[in-house]
Design a protein around this ligand. Structure first.
Ligand SMILES: Nc1ncnc2c1ncn2[C@@H]1O[C@H](COP(=O)(O)OP(=O)(O)OP(=O)(O)O)[C@@H](O)[C@H]1O
Ligand SMILES: [Mg+2]
Length: 256
């Protein structure tokens, strides 16, 4: 049965999509992976498929939610890496959940994923930068949550609130099985003292919950969003090095 991992935080532009995409890509070297784009910006779709998000008209996570069946909407990037795409219309999901859907609107994704859960080792979900219905559904479907912390002052406040959301809105009310896999620090500028001090504060506050590896800011990682993820060149491999370490830590934390 696939382990379901949701990558989220309500703060925008902190590396959620980049982390979900690279983690899915690296895990797919060994495991069978389904990556779900649950953000109507469609960035994960673009990054993993290298296609225009509007090529997936009516073949997105929105339709998957309405039918509670991912199978017709799976795009195969490779044998081991499958994607459920998103485009801007995925933002309409709350209209459907609260006006037409008759059951519990927060467990629709969970129920949809149950259809394919025995076909994958990992299902990764890229959440949007808010705590609305998409994120609630993602966290209710998840076995594990990974919270992203960019080394920016506002992010620490967002992290505290995100962890409160996970425990009080998700775990206590809908998904008691949810576990926090950890907090991953991203886009760290190794020359900036402020970045280092933010990571120190996070490690003091959240101790072992913070992954040992930090993801540094690198131009090559940014280029992966437009050119696709690759490990062909030495520069690519160096850019992936910290993400490889993250994947190892993540596997250790979600084993068993
Ligand atoms: N380690 C990194 N080094 C350099 N650039 C990065 C790194 N990680 C992400 N980026 C860039 O930062 C921008 C934001 O990253 P990303 O889209 O992954 O964040 P996000 O949290 O998913 O954003 P949103 O909240 O809008 O969904 C992108 O342009 C991405 O290419
Ligand atoms: Mg994103």
């Amino acid at each position: 049965m696939a382990k379901v991992i949701a990558f989220g935080i309500q703060k925008g532009g902190v590396g959620k999509t980049t982390t979900t995409a690279i983690t899915a890509w690296l895990l797919a070297k060994t495991y069978k992976v389904l990556a779900i784009d649950f953000d109507s910006q469609g960035n994960l779709t673009a990054m993993l498929t290298m296609k225009n998000i509007y090529d997936f008209e009516n073949k997105t996570a929105l339709e998957m939610m309405k039918e509670k069946d991912p199978r017709p909407y799976i795009y195969e990037v490779s044998e081991n890496l499958h994607v459920i795409p998103a485009n801007d219309f995925l933002a309409q999901l709350p209209l459907y959940l609260h006006r037409q859907y008759k059951g519990n609107p927060y467990i629709v994704l969970k129920e949809a994923l149950e259809v394919v859960q025995d076909q994958y080792d990992f299902i990764l979900i890229d959440c949007p930068p808010n705590l609305g219905d998409h994120t609630v559904n993602a966290c209710c479907a998840a076995d594990y949550a990974v919270a992203l912390l960019q080394s920016e002052p506002f992010c620490l406040d967002a992290l505290e609130r995100y962890l409160e959301f996970l425990s009080e809105a998700v775990k206590a009310k809908v998904n008691p099985n949810l576990q926090l896999a950890g907090v991953l620090t991203t886009m760290v500028d190794s020359r900036a003292a402020l970045d280092a001090s933010i990571i120190d504060v996070a490690k003091e506050d959240y101790e072992d919950l913070v992954f040992g590896v930090t993801i540094k800011r690198r131009t090559r990682i940014k280029e992966f969003s437009t050119n696709g993820i690759s490990d062909r060149t030495k520069q690519d491999q160096e850019a992936l090095e910290q993400y490889n370490m993250f994947v190892q830590e993540l596997l250790d934390r979600v084993k068993g």
